[in-house]
Design a protein around this ligand. Structure first.
Ligand SMILES: NC(=O)c1ccc[n+]([C@@H]2O[C@H](COP(=O)([O-])OP(=O)(O)OC[C@H]3O[C@@H](n4cnc5c(N)ncnc54)[C@H](O)[C@@H]3O)[C@@H](O)[C@H]2O)c1
Length: 352
């Protein structure tokens, strides 16, 4: 084989789906692994690079690298977020590509779809929190928001709370609620779905598990709708009134130091002096490693806030890549056949 050859595996979203990578259990385990590796200082996680094209709509493309030193894999997620896409074009707002490289020669090993990975990561983080913090006998789940994150979250929650049997959903428009039910009932035919006809109260009041996954910046979830014993997973920006966090017995984050500096509800509360470090019970890794207890009684109201940790995307991407390779799925593509000056045809191709 030519020594100068560099090739990688190209994995489309279809390839990942066909290899069985839409697998919440695999994502949960990769999430736990990623969190533990990071807490053991085995992950290089530099600052993300953000390019915002429109301050008002927050249309942006971000570049998020991370290296797993034990696995000897460096990855990057290149992710676009165009929040108006669903409204303007009827398509998803987030799309991502992931590149994985080995760190012996530093060559790429995979170029792959990152949208599946990114969306699964958000849901896996919420589901991991639910595993430790929701009541095991949870039967009902309520959603404000019926977009991509909400859909994926339902799959994640069902995988850790198999007793979920009723799902209520509210969105900005009724047609989104209908689309949610149509798509999700195909995957979860046993689930009873209730459309709330844009009324957040109908979706959330009295539910065992509450999820907000919206593009809104408003206090949509009301504290009185959250019953004792309920678990709340907060995904978007500002989605709930301050009273929700204020009344919760525990507030857990994916990473409080990161959350603090963003614009989600509890970040706003922190900046407004309504909440401080002492009010945060734990980061999720403390539950995974057993350093802190999860739910301690049936009546606790528990708030989980995820801001998104992109090194977890790379951890999940590695698991997906390994699974695809195991099933021999994906295309092997050459990046270069040989080193530039080894090309026999170079004399004809070079322009001096
Ligand atoms: N925390 C994380 O790790 C993470 C990761 C990815 C995305 N997000 C965030 O999750 C949120 C949802 O993302 P998505 O991809 O599902 O978006 P999406 O555009 O597909 O869905 C947004 C949903 O919000 C609903 N909505 C908007 N305004 C509303 C209102 N006033 N009342 C009720 N519902 C309303 C819409 O009807 C829609 O169903 C976004 O804010 C996104 O930035 C968070």
């Amino acid at each position: 084989m030519n020594k100068g050859k560099i090739s990688f595996t190209y994995l489309s979203q279809q390839d990942l789906l066909k290899s069985g990578c839409f697998d919440m259990k695999m994502a949960l385990s990769a999430t736990e692994k990623g969190l533990i590796a990071y807490s053991n200082n085995e992950v290089l996680f530099p600052e993300k690079i953000v390019q915002i094209f429109n301050q008002e709509t927050q249309e942006r493309i971000n570049c998020l690298p991370a290296t797993f030193l034990s696995e000897k894999i460096c990855g990057v997620k290149w992710v676009s977020v165009f929040p108006l896409n669903p409204m303007k074009y009827g398509v998803q707002n987030l799309s991502a590509t992931i590149v994985l490289s080995e760190i012996e020669k530093g060559y790429p090993i995979a170029v792959m779809d990152g949208t599946l990975c990114s969306n699964i990561r958000v849901a896996a983080m919420g589901a991991l929190a639910a595993k430790y913090l929701a009541r095991k006998d949870s039967r009902s789940i309520g959603f404000i928001g019926a977009g991509e994150q909400a859909k994926m979250h339902l799959i994640g929650m069902k995988s850790v709370l198999p007793g979920l049997e009723e799902c209520r959903v509210s969105a900005k428009n009724e047609h989104e609620e209908d689309a949610f039910v149509e798509e999700m009932s195909r995957l979860l035919p046993e689930m009873k779905f209730v459309v709330a006809r844009t009324n957040g109260r109908i979706a959330m009041e009295g539910a065992d598990v509450l999820v907000t996954a919206t593009s809104a910046q408003a206090p949509l979830l009301k504290a009185v709708w959250m019953k004792p014993g309920a678990f709340y997973s907060h995904i978007g920006g500002w989605e709930d009134e301050y009273g929700v966090a204020r009344q919760c017995d525990k507030i857990v984050c994916d990473d409080w130091e990161t959350v603090k500096h963003r614009t989600q509800t509890i970040s706003r509360m922190y900046k407004d002096g309504e909440l401080n470090d002492e009010n945060i019970y734990a980061n999720i890794v403390d539950l995974v490693t057993g350093k802190k207890k999860g739910r301690e009684n049936e009546d606790e109201r528990i708030y989980f806030n995820a801001v998104g940790l992109s090194y977890v995307d790379i951890s999940i991407a590695m698991a997906m890549y390994n699974r695809a390779i195991e099933f021999n799925i994906g295309q092997n593509l050459d990046l270069q056949e040989q080193m530039i000056f080894q090309n026999q045809m170079l004399t004809q191709w070079v322009k001096l």
